[in-house]
Design a protein around this ligand. Sequence first.
Ligand code: PFF
Length: 472
Amino acid sequence: MALSGSSPATDGWSSRTAFVLAAIGSAVGLGNLVRFPAEAGANGGGAFVLFYIFCVILIGLPVLLSETLIGRHGQSSAPESVRKVAEQSGASQKWEWVAGLGVLSGFLVLGFYGVIGGWVLDYIWLFMKDLLATGISGPAFQGVPVEEVEGFFPAMISNGPVTVICNTLFLLVTFAFVVRGVSGGIEKAAVWLMPSFFVLLVGITIFGAFRGAFSESVAYLFTFEPEKLTGPVMLAAVGQAFFSLSLGMAGMITYGAYVGRNVNLAGTSAIIGAADTSVALIAGVCIFPIVFAAGLAPNGGLGLMFQTLPHAFQEMPGGSLIGLAFFVMVGFAALTSSIALMEVPTAWLIDKFRLARPVAAVIVLLGGGVLGALSALSMGVLADFHPLGFIPMFEGLGVLDTLDTLTGKLLMPIGAILVAVFVGWVADRRLVDLENGLSGVLHLFFLFLVRFACPLALIAILLAGIFPDLLV
Ligand code: PFF
């Protein structure tokens, strides 16, 4: 039985740094900047945050390492990589369906991720116009009543033409990188956009810190109140950790396939996990001082970014410029994540049907565009269309929320459980040992987590997603 990796994919990362930046680019996205602060806000701050960190280390990292090791060993699109590992382990090649499910969920996530990316584009435009009118030192939206500023968001999301156009634009920019391939496009985006993202994040955070509500925000995010750690809060934290690390959607298997054999996957997975978590925490420390300093409440949901923050920028000297920088930063993060989401099905089409990359990428662009348009319209003219409304867990949900629930509560946990079971129980131990870069106690600990802790925690979120009453 040959346990060495298959021949390298023809296109790949040009260096370890390029891989690390691209994987961080995939992980750091709307999940860190929109969802994490909103979830922390909705779930009572510190209890959620600390449990989140615990989940990343003990449940997220082993699955991240499992995904990248499958990809690196297979050096192909995600399903083909899983098939190769299964074949070399003497297991059924049907295991490729595990990653097939991941490819499907990556595509479905793209179908709503691009819509939110499009909203971000619209806000960049809004702040750009405001900056031209106000100048760099003024607060945002001078003379505009607060209700109107907070009203931009509902007006925008229900405006079909605007959201469809913005989603299409966002997907076209994503496509422009994916179509150029791994080293010529995806890597270029990561290498330029991620460092710019970090500069903006640190700059805005320092600016926010000087606004005065810094210690209040740190206390809010890190004060651990055990009574707030309820079942729903814990499950929200596990789900968020997986979404944020891009797991269960074949994304990290796909990116792992472009990694050279000399890279230590355990070390790089730890760097990716640490960077992703630090960005989520810094995003909290960046956003909450701005909100608190304006005397506003840290509410949960999308309103935090698209209503509360613009209101806070209205109260802040230089708010127009900072607001623009903020949404540009969110746009960079969203773009490098949607590139990963588009690459997952593109790589599969190339591999499965021997398509040229431009053809495969155009198919995904068109499919994602149609799905995205339906999602975009679900806040307006299609508000009463509930595609899976006959199933209790999807009752009353429009297209966007259906895709979010379907992927987050079903496909992602199922995909991640199967990846953990595959690496923990099915794949040949020697192959796993060869790829994972761990030794001694750490290696045994990894096996323990991937065999027992990860599947159990993920089964819990799957069950809680399907039967929410179990938690009450
Ligand atoms: N991790 C991204 C975020 O936090 O926004 C979302 C994501 C990207 C999920 C790529 C899955 C993926 F393959």
